[in-house]
Design a protein around this ligand. Structure first.
Ligand code: UDP
Length: 414
């Protein structure tokens, strides 16, 4: 199939770990490559955020990334990108006139807005499949006044959900949110994110470390990722007499020493100091893709304690590296981590529960090994080849239904 992916802020070519570069970038890059391996032809459209970027870049056999000029050619926070979606739609429409997509797959609500505008202007109208990756309603519930999303998200996002021909939710929890948003149940399918099992594996070098136990958090440094909760848990463990534990924080737009420019990093360092555990916190900064497995392998436990999580690829990467996970029971982590089997579930925003789970695991090496072994088995079902094949099935049924008039392309069900 000829597939057009639209990922306005999350380029598959970007470095990861910054505020707006994480799971969506990984997802789009890996899904596109896995679809191409099946013989599909994929073009990924993203916003030009650097004037020196060539318009078309080959990402691998069968995958091309197209940079569309939409707004200033520099990094712009994603929550300020909505005004440029009309220009992105113009760029999509122009390129689709050259090569007509059989299916459009938009990622994140703003890409959905641009894709739907461009699709409606095209003849014939291509069917649009959409993945939200994150939902404004959930973000608002958790972040309240701190949410910097544009006000229009509140009404535009549900429209994307209702007007796309099919919606791919990345976890079962998301389907409830989508239905509350007004998306018809028949349009929703669940396909999780995957993990690169060629890159992430249990066998391979681990980054050298000292003799202390090592727990680790990995991800974009934004408050909702719950790194502060891991620091609180570390302080609790120390209060209970466990002094030989260090916490490695991976991510943040910085170098390996951690950039003091990053305000969230400064906040976290100050927080660790206030709790008296800064001597046990290691700021690892941004880690490149090829280095991530060896960094993960150096951990005894990976702590994933987000307040909420649309999917969360990091627990899968940790499990693939044979590292047990302590994860909050939110979003995708409810599906990926099996409590007591591949990791330990803790209630969201509960540092005592994290400390107790981590403390329990650190004192029981054979349990850690059992969880790691079960995790290794479980991640096999999350290979990108399998995710691509499930996604391609949705593309095919959506295209067939649109062609037979069962759904109107970009107009919901008839
Ligand atoms: N990541 C990375 N380097 C970093 C920080 C994060 O490669 O310094 C990757 C991480 O390995 C994972 C992704 O960024 O693949 C984060 O995805 P996740 O779904 O866990 O979180 P999201 O960014 O979608 O909120």
């Amino acid at each position: 199939m000829r597939i057009s992916m639209v990922s306005e802020h999350a380029s598959p070519l970007a470095a990861l770990g910054g505020v707006d570069a994480g799971g969506q970038n990984v997802h789009v890059a890996a899904l596109a490559k896995a679809l191409a391996r099946r013989g599909d032809e994929v073009t990924v459209y993203t916003r030009r955020d650097d004037p020196s970027l060539p318009t078309r870049v080959r990402l691998g056999l069968g995958v091309e990334v197209v940079h569309i000029t939409a707004g200033p050619a520099r990094a712009v926070p994603k929550d300020q990108l909505l005004p440029y979606m009309a220009a992105l739609a113009d760029g999509l429409h122009a390129d689709w006139a050259r090569s007509r997509p059989e299916i459009v797959h938009s990622h994140f609500w703003m890409s959905g807005v641009a894709a739907l505008i461009a699709a409606r202007r095209s003849t014939p109208v291509p069917p649009v499949v959409h993945t939200f990756h994150a939902l404004g309603a959930v973000k608002r519930r958790h972040q309240g006044a701190e949410d910097t999303s544009p006000a229009e998200r509140e009404w535009l996002e549900p429209r994307v959900g209702m007007q796309s021909d099919a919606i791919i939710a990345t976890c079962s929890d998301e389907t409830f949110e989508l239905k509350k948003m007004g998306v018809r149940a028949s349009a929703i399918s669940v396909v999780p994110c995957g993990v690169d099992l060629d890159l992430f594996g249990a066998i391979g070098p681990a980054e050298p470390r000292g003799r202390r136990h090592r727990i680790m958090t990995v991800g974009r440094l934004v408050p909702r990722k719950g790194v502060g909760l891991a620091i609180e848990a570390l302080a609790q463990l120390r209060a209970e007499g466990l002094h030989d534990v260090e916490l490695v924080i991976v991510g943040g737009a910085g170098d390996s020493n951690g950039s003091a420019e990053d305000p969230e990093l400064r906040r976290l360092i100050g927080f660790a100091r206030a709790l008296g555990v800064d001597d046990r916190v290691i700021i690892r900064g941004q880690v490149s893709r090829p280095d991530m497995p060896k960094v993960l392998r150096s951990a005894d436990i990976v702590v994933c304690a987000p307040w909420y999580e649309p999917f969360g690829i990091v627990p899968l990467e940790a499990m693939a590296c044979g590292v047990p996970v302590v994860a909050s029971t939110v979003g995708g982590l409810i599906d990926t981590v099996v409590d007591g089997v591949t990791g330990v579930h803790v209630p969201p925003r509960d540092p005592e529960a994290i400390a107790s789970a981590v403390g329990g695991l650190l004192s029981d090496e054979s349990r850690r090994r059992r969880l790691a072994e079960a995790g290794l088995k479980r991640v096999k079902r999350y290979s990108w080849d399998r995710i691509a094949s499930d996604t391609a099935r949705i593309y095919r049924t959506t295209a067939a239904r649109a062609a037979s008039g069962l759904i109107s392309a970009t107009g919901g069900s008839r």
